[in-house]
Design a protein around this ligand. Structure first.
Ligand code: HEC
Ligand code: HEC
Ligand code: HEC
Length: 447
């Protein structure tokens, strides 16, 4: 009896110590960094607007159909939905009362002005390398140029105990210590600029780097194993491996990467899913020099450990068969009926209108999530001024799982493509995932 009592008292005591330690970390681990920022300086404000684009703040902090930067975008995590918050300068519901040091600490160190730790859904793990002058410019932009909007923040739907925030102090202690941007001396300055943008503001790693059990990115910058940017799945979209390796960007030229980021399309593919949002809100606004720097940095990344072999396309017997009306292969008939009108018999589509399926690594990627999701849900190319016309792909959720699996296996192994088999169960799993997508919060307009 006594032993149990001691155990309970000890356990409660240990928890109390852990809690006390956690809530004290904001005071000594994430000190406030003061600076005098002239928030009226037009040049600083303009620079801040560009930084906000490069950091893609708008994509997460704006709900579809909602006011800009007023928050409410639901983000899916394995445990529940987290909502982005109102970062307009409204004093009641937004960040209108944030001092520069409050702002700096939230963006680079993941701690809110009331000393509460933020979820890593806010990519402070990447933003931590952003330089002081850029954070100052961002602050000036948010305080002076962004419209204040009164809109309350939504609580997350995470269940107890994962909705308690103090354990996040430990997460941050292990996985997000503030670090400066560093790169090997003598690195080409263009590559250095690209690395800085990709690792920091662009937070490309938040989607493109695999995550560990604690939801941490397995690498936050270039690492010897090549885990950084080696591909990951988020909200059912496979954000591809961006390293210059066999089925990755080794087959793209630097110009093709620049065009893709600028316009959301190139002759081989079109951005879709969450990458369409990245192009729409962020990369299309970046200067040509910055896009080139990003492309050159990506092309400089060696293949991940164990991925040295070259992927070779197989011989194309599909085009001739389809042109001759030979539809005996499983899925061929359905492909002709549902897909070929846009993607064509030769699987080449129409450059910049309908993306190619032949030789397209999205189609034969090891992880077929993106392939399955876009076929079920459809897609729309991002709007950019360089392409006035956006093209849509209808969704095919009305077709049964076996037929979709057949079509996808046909295109995955048609033309020069070869990839592993997709099963009916894979399609069923993605249907469930799409059904559970988070709802966004957009308040009704008050009369
Ligand atoms: C990938 C999505 C994402 C991006 C990109 C993003 N944020 Fe956030 N941000 C969030 C989420 C989600 C929260 C709320 C986290 C929480 O409640 O713990 C948040 C919280 C914040 C907060 C804390 C304010 C508060 O009261 O909760 C600030 C300030 C902030 N973000 C500023 C920015 C700025 C500036 C940028 C661009 C440089 C940016 N965010 C980009 C998702 C994002
Ligand atoms: C919100 C998640 C997200 C972020 C952030 C993100 N991406 Fe992506 N990216 C994706 C997804 C999903 C795909 C696959 C869909 C597609 O190809 O359009 C993708 C595809 C790509 C592709 C095409 C690769 C190929 O082989 O087809 C490139 C290039 C790319 N991203 C570059 C970037 C860069 C550079 C950044 C940072 C500036 C970035 N991405 C940030 C989600 C993201
Ligand atoms: C009406 C024309 C049309 C039809 C029919 C169509 N697609 Fe598409 N498809 C598109 C467009 C446009 C995109 C680009 C969408 C985007 O960027 O979000 C696309 C994109 C894709 C992609 C992503 C490729 C990439 O690199 O962006 C795949 C995979 C795909 N379609 C497969 C299919 C399959 C399988 C079918 C038949 C079941 C089909 N499509 C039917 C127009 C079509």
């Amino acid at each position: 009896m006594k032993l149990i009592k001691y155990a309970i008292v000890g356990g409660v005591g240990a928890l109390a110590v852990a809690w006390t330690f956690a809530i004290s970390t904001p005071y000594w681990l994430t000190p406030k960094q003061e600076a005098i920022v002239d928030i009226q300086d037009p040049e600083l404000i303009q620079k801040g607007e560009y930084i906000a684009r490069a950091g893609d703040c708008g994509a997460c902090h704006t709900a579809p159909g909602g006011k800009e930067f007023a928050g409410g975008l639901g983000m899916q995590t394995p445990l529940g939905t987290i909502y982005s918050t109102n970062i307009t300068p409204d004093k009641k519901t937004g960040i209108g009362n944030y001092s520069y040091s409050d702002f700096e600490r939230a963006v680079r160190q993941g701690v809110r002005s009331d000393n509460v730790h933020l979820y890593p859904a806010m990519p402070f793990v990447s933003y931590t390398v952003v330089k002081d002058d850029e954070i100052e410019a961002l602050y000036a932009y948010f305080m002076s140029k962004v419209e204040p909007v009164e809109q309350d923040n939504q609580p997350s739907t995470l269940p107890w105990p994962t909705n308690m925030r103090w354990p996040l102090a430990y997460w941050q202690l292990f996985f997000s210590n503030p670090r400066p941007f560093e790169i090997a001396a003598g690195t080409d300055p263009v590559i250095e600029r690209g690395a800085y943008l990709v690792e920091g503001l662009g937070h490309c790693s938040a989607c493109h780097t695999p995550r560990g059990l604690a939801y941490q990115e397995k690498a936050v910058k270039e690492d010897p194993k090549g885990l950084f940017l080696s591909g990951s799945v988020l909200e059912g979209w496979y954000a591809k491996n961006l390293r210059d390796q066999d089925t990755g960007l080794s087959t793209w030229t630097e110009d093709e990467i620049v065009t893709f980021l600028k316009t959301g399309r190139n002759d081989r593919t079109a951005a879709f899913g969450s990458m369409a949002d990245v192009v729409q809100h962020s990369t299309q606004y970046l200067l040509e020099d910055d896009l080139r720097a990003i492309a050159r940095f990506l092309k400089s990344l060696p293949p991940s450990e164990g991925r040295k072999q070259k992927w070779e396309p197989k011989e194309d017997i599909t085009t001739a068969a389809l042109n001759d009306g030979n539809l005996n292969a499983p899925g061929a008939m359905s492909y002709v009926e549902h897909c070929a009108i846009c993607h064509r018999n030769d699987g080449r589509g129409a450059p910049r209108i309908y993306p190619a399926l032949a030789d397209n690594s999205i189609v034969f990627a090891d992880d077929p999530s993106s392939l399955i999701q876009i076929t079920l849900a459809g897609g729309r190319t991002p709007d950019t001024p360089s392409d006035i016309m956006a093209f849509t792909m209808p969704g095919f959720a009305h077709l049964p799982n076996w037929q979709l699996a057949e079509i996808l296996n046909f295109i995955r192994n048609g033309w020069g493509n070869h990839g592993s088999e997709i099963k009916d169960a894979d399609i069923a799993r993605m249907r469930r995932e799409i059904e559970h997508k988070p709802q966004h919060y957009v308040p009704e307009i008050k009369q």
